[in-house]
Design a protein around this ligand. Structure first.
Ligand code: IMP
Length: 469
């Protein structure tokens, strides 16, 4: 008996992360059998309220709330075993059991104690999440140091955990000695040893697991972590994460052949944000905002946390003619603070040049624009207009692309087009006809400049606050 084979679709963030992918994936997951991750690790993160309980997801795919859905974490990911165990445990009080429906590729990398140590030492300039992600991928590429294995994978631990925990301890000792640090990884390794007992049943030895499922008719939704502009090759290097975040990366890190690809859906935030350092052309307040958002005290805590900013005079800031102040006000109004780090996110206008780069590079077929309800806040600014970046200026020349060098990208100036602002609350709107004219114009300009169709707009945080097109 022949079975019709399945297919795979991909959801990726098209900007700098935090575009609201989880919500879109959560909604779309209903239509697929398997939800899969292909890159990153505990650096991703979103908090979902489920049955009145706050659940923070980092490494487990968003479809966890659908008991009948399977979940897969591919070889392109790097796993923090202790954190994953904690994540699975916190799902239990919400009545969520992963038995038999969660599969971790045995080829996925393991975050080792020295990865976190190195990230804490050198990740500051990039503004990493300090989860050891970069050092883990670096060790993957380095493979070995003499006869000491650097790239330890889940399958290794399954095979002979004590042997690989010993190598892990040696890796940590080596790094500590090299940098003259006092560091003993024993407590971390003990924690991993305990966590592994709970994780081991989920480790999938069959490297063709996902392939077989799809060949047998199952459908897959790949959930990209981080976002296109944080891709290790195509993003705003070096201010990026260390994995492949493009749609194409789903077919390496996701352990499925590209033959099954059907379409790519890109998520873009209508009011953009970025965490960490690096170019952000449309940022309100430019580099002053970057410095403000990244400022830390001696302990590494953010100086301008949500609590601090909540004490500011919102009305005064939003009407200010200083873009830095406007950015602060828009951040407070849109609650843009990092889920993993709690850092204030840098805020900017929708950049259609950057979005076109994402759409074209990833073959994005359709876009979902999230947080559109927040665009009404522009009506309270001094100009009252809704800004869109429609071109760049580089050293006096108008260009329509993201330049490949970090320095030129940092020098680029945005060329704005202004639409009329609107002050009505659109969070109750569910059809295109109900939306203000300027939002329709924004959709039109987005489609013209990027070449992708806009398939929907998010108009509020709830799943049903969505306008399908
Ligand atoms: P890393 O991935 O922890 O190495 O951090 C590298 C860069 O990617 C930093 O600027 C982080 O803030 C950013 N980053 C990593 N994960 C996310 C995410 O899930 N959302 C947004 N930014 C992220």
């Amino acid at each position: 008996m022949s079975t019709t084979q399945g297919f795979s679709d991909i959801v990726i963030g098209t900007q700098y992360g935090d575009e609201g992918k989880a919500r879109v994936v959560d909604d779309k997951a209903q239509n697929y059998d398997i939800i899969a991750r292909f890159n990153g690790g505990a650096n991703a993160g979103h908090t979902i309220v489920y049955k009145g309980q706050k659940v923070a997801l980092k490494q487990v795919p968003s479809a966890v709330f659908y008991p009948e859905k399977q979940m897969y974490v591919g070889s392109g990911c790097v796993i923090n075993i202790a954190k994953l165990h904690h994540e699975i445990e916190q799902l239990k009080p919400a009545g969520i059991d992963l038995t038999g429906r969660f599969h971790l590729s045995s080829q996925a990398g393991v975050i080792q104690p020295h990865h976190i140590l190195i990230d804490a030492m050198i990740g500051g300039k990039v503004g990493t999440t300090k989860n050891g992600i970069g050092p883990a991928y670096a060790d993957r590429a380095l493979r070995m140091w003499d006869d000491r294995l650097l790239n330890i994978r889940l399958g290794d631990l399954l095979e002979d955990r004590e042997k690989y925990f010993q190598i892990m301890a040696a890796n940590s000792q080596f790094i500590a000695k090299t940098h003259g640090l006092e560091f003993d990884a024993t407590p971390e390794i003990e924690q991993m040893r305990q966590a592994l007992d709970h994780i081991a049943p989920f480790i999938e030895q069959d490297t063709l697991y996902l392939q077989r499922q799809v060949q047998n008719g199952k459908t897959v939704l790949f959930e990209g972590a981080q976002a296109f502009m944080l891709d290790v090759n195509k993003g705003s290097v070096p201010f990026v994460t260390s994995s492949g975040t493009t749609a194409a990366a789903a077919y390496t890190g996701g352990d499925l052949s590209p033959n099954f690809h059907r379409k790519t859906i890109g998520i873009a935030k209508a009011l953009m944000s970025r965490v960490g350092h690096g170019p952000f052309t449309s940022e309100f307040g430019g580099t002053a905002s970057e410095q403000y958002c990244m400022a830390q005290d001696a302990e590494g805590n953010s100086l301008h946390s949500r609590e601090v900013e909540a004490t500011y005079n919102l009305e005064q800031m939003i009407a200010s003619d200083d873009p830095l102040e406007v950015g602060k006000a828009l951040r407070i109004l849109s609650a843009e603070y990092g889920t993993v780090t709690g850092r204030p996110r840098r805020i900017g206008a929708l950049d259609l040049v950057q979005l076109a780069y994402a759409v074209k590079t990833n073959g994005v077929n359709s876009l979902v624009l999230t947080k559109c309800d927040l665009l009404r806040e522009y009506s309270r600014t001094a100009s009252g207009k809704l800004p869109l970046v429609v071109a760049y200026e580089l050293d006096g020349q108008r260009i329509d692309f993201v330049p490949g060098s970090t320095q030129s990208y940092a020098r680029v100036k945005p060329v704005y087009e202004y639409l009329d602002g609107f002050s009505e609350d659109i969070s109750h709107c569910r059809t295109l006809e109900e939306l203000p004219n300027s939002l329709l114009q924004m959709i039109e300009r987005t489609e013209q400049i990027t070449g992708a169709k806009v398939e929907g707009l998010g108009v509020g945080p709830d799943r049903e606050q969505y306008v399908g097109i």
